[in-house]
Design a protein around this ligand. Structure first.
Ligand code: BLA
Length: 518
């Protein structure tokens, strides 16, 4: 199976990684029909596992290869809706074969069943209770710590103990798609990757999409030779077999090269999902080939899910804190405005500091008709007045925000050290207009990048451009010019909430003015 176009840096997102037509060689893949369990496709390596060439398996039934009891089990489960519930299961050959005992994993895809087999050694524990106890202890250790940061640390060490990988990391995506290693457990002699940032392009979009569907990926030996599936097209659909849910899927050659450049020989990667969104990954590296069985992989996935709950709790606490702040301000505001006549201006003048801390800003400007109230660090008043006029003309919205104002309003590039981030709420009512402008300084955002994210392409010896991840993983610093820290959703919500209160008060005061006039 060949791709329509060669994959390079510009179309990296388009590599169809879910249909490589190949698997990794540490197991075999068979697809079969529900009717008679007839084999439709097989991976080319069946001879090494089952003792029969792939081509000779096509058209045979599973019945001819596996013992009766296992076939009975398969016949029963193929009509079940949730197949994953039965994974993994033991399955045994009845013919003379290099291996006779396998761990089987099954799923339904493209109107066929996909059965993947990995060798099960005799020494391997058989769904043991001890494993449950191990997991139970790990869960307890993770849940028992106080903060999110501590629980990430606990998690990587638990997985390190459970699996024996040389390095276990938690990689968290940031809003802009770049990522950072937020926790790490590793062998002492290894150099640390903790705190290093990696550019978004290291994990292209279609890969992220796939990882939010399938939460586990194992690479046993990075120098593996991929094994073809024959025939490459599913005979029922005439389409390449979708391996999104396969456990043996052969990984993108680009990613293989990436890991080779890092000196990694084997990896395990577990998706971290919250609200169906991929927010991070547990990435395990080993410097020699390494296999871990399905159960252990699943146990890691299970532990990963705890992490997502911890993240949820952290966000919850954070938003509670903000809500408290807003509520308090709201209360005081209402109290001071209950005096007759209500004086919004006086209130705003007396509460500058609190208004600043409401959204973590370093400067604030409040424009009330002709009056301008200023707190903290801001550019010169005249320039701010000009900005407000420009906003009135160009962005007359309830809430306007940017972390890089000079990008759209170049006059402010003069002041970007003080004012890169701008958050504005505006109220235009019958007889009043208010604008509150919060200001944040440039975050000479000193990020430790792993390698230069702007140079992912290297020149091959013959001078052609070759796609390759960066060869160097030495940290280097990149500053993002003219950008403040981004405004968080909870901060924007707090600003909007304040806007609601102001608007209500403005309405009430114009109403009472009308009543008095009448
Ligand atoms: C996949 N890239 C990945 C994965 C990780 C990274 C974790 C998932 C691998 C898996 O699930 O097994 C990136 N790995 C990292 C990072 C660290 C790490 C940041 O260990 C840090 C320590 N990669 C590139 C470029 C391209 C690219 C430039 O660097 C494309 C132009 C592609 N990465 C790429 C692809 C995949 C990938 C295609 C999907 C691999 C697959 O599942 O088939």
């Amino acid at each position: 199976f060949e791709y329509c176009e060669p994959i390079d840096l510009t179309n990296c997102d388009r590599e169809p990684i879910h249909i490589p037509g190949q698997i990794q060689p540490h197991g075999v893949l068979l697809t079969f029909q529900e009717l008679e369990l007839k084999i439709l496709q097989a991976s080319e390596n069946t001879i090494n596992f089952l003792g029969i060439e792939a081509e000779s398996l096509l058209g045979k039934t599973l019945n001819e290869i596996f013992v009766h009891a296992d076939i009975e089990f398969l016949t029963q489960i193929v009509s079940e809706i949730d197949l994953d519930y039965f994974n993994p299961f033991e399955i045994h050959t009845k013919i003379p074969s290099p291996h006779s005992q396998f761990e089987g994993v099954i799923h339904r895809i493209d109107s066929v069943f996909c059965l993947e087999l990995e060798i099960k050694s005799n020494s391997q524990r058989s769904y043991p209770l001890s494993f449950y106890h191990l997991l139970k202890a790990s869960v307890k250790n993770i849940v028992n710590v106080a903060s999110f940061q501590e629980s990430t640390e606990q998690l990587v060490w638990e997985i390190y103990k459970l699996t024996g990988y040389d390095r276990v990391m938690i990689y968290q995506f940031e809003d802009d798609g770049n990522g950072v290693i937020i926790a790490e457990a590793k062998k002492e002699i290894l150099e640390s990757y903790l705190g290093l940032h990696y550019p978004a392009s290291d994990i292209p979009l279609q890969a992220r999409k796939l990882y939010s569907l399938n939460w586990l990926r194992l690479i046993v030996d990075i120098n593996y030779k991929p094994v073809d599936i024959v025939p490459v097209l599913n005979p029922l659909t005439n389409e390449p077999l979708d391996l999104s849910h396969s456990v043996l899927r052969s990984v993108s050659p680009i990613h293989v090269e990436y890991l080779q450049n890092m000196g990694v020989a084997a990896s395990l990667c577990i998706s971290l999902i919250k609200d169906e969104q991929l927010w991070g990954m547990i990435v395990c590296h080993h410097y020699e080939p390494k296999y871990v069985n399905y159960e252990t992989r699943k146990a890691c996935e299970f532990l990963g899910q705890f992490m997502s709950i911890e993240l949820f709790k952290k966000h919850y606490k954070e938003s509670e804190y903000y809500q408290d702040k807003v509520r308090e301000l709201q209360k005081d505001f209402k109290k001071s405005l209950s005096k007759q006549p209500p004086n919004i201006n006086a209130f705003l003048q007396n509460n500058g500091e609190r208004l600043l801390s409401l959204v973590n800003a370093s400067g604030i400007l409040i424009a009330l008709e002709d009056e301008l109230i200023i707190f903290g660090n801001t550019p010169p008043t005249d320039s701010v007045k000009k900005l407000l006029n420009w906003l009135k003309l160009n962005h007359q919205v309830e809430l306007f925000q940017t972390s890089n104002i000079s990008e759209i309003y170049p006059e402010f590039s003069l002041y970007q050290e003080v004012a890169s981030g701008i958050l504005v709420i505006s109220i235009f009512s019958l007889n009043t207009s208010y604008q509150i402008v919060w200001i944040r300084p440039e975050r000479t955002q000193t990020v430790t990048w792993a390698g230069n994210p702007n140079k992912p392409v290297i020149l091959a010896e013959d001078g052609t451009m070759q796609l390759s991840p960066r060869r160097s993983f030495e940290a280097w610093k990149e500053t993002i010019k003219g950008c403040s820290l981004p405004w968080k959703k909870i901060e924007l919500d707090a600003a909007l909430e304040l806007r609601n209160i102001l608007m209500l008060t403005a309405l009430q005061s114009s109403q009472s003015a009308l009543e008095q006039a009448a």
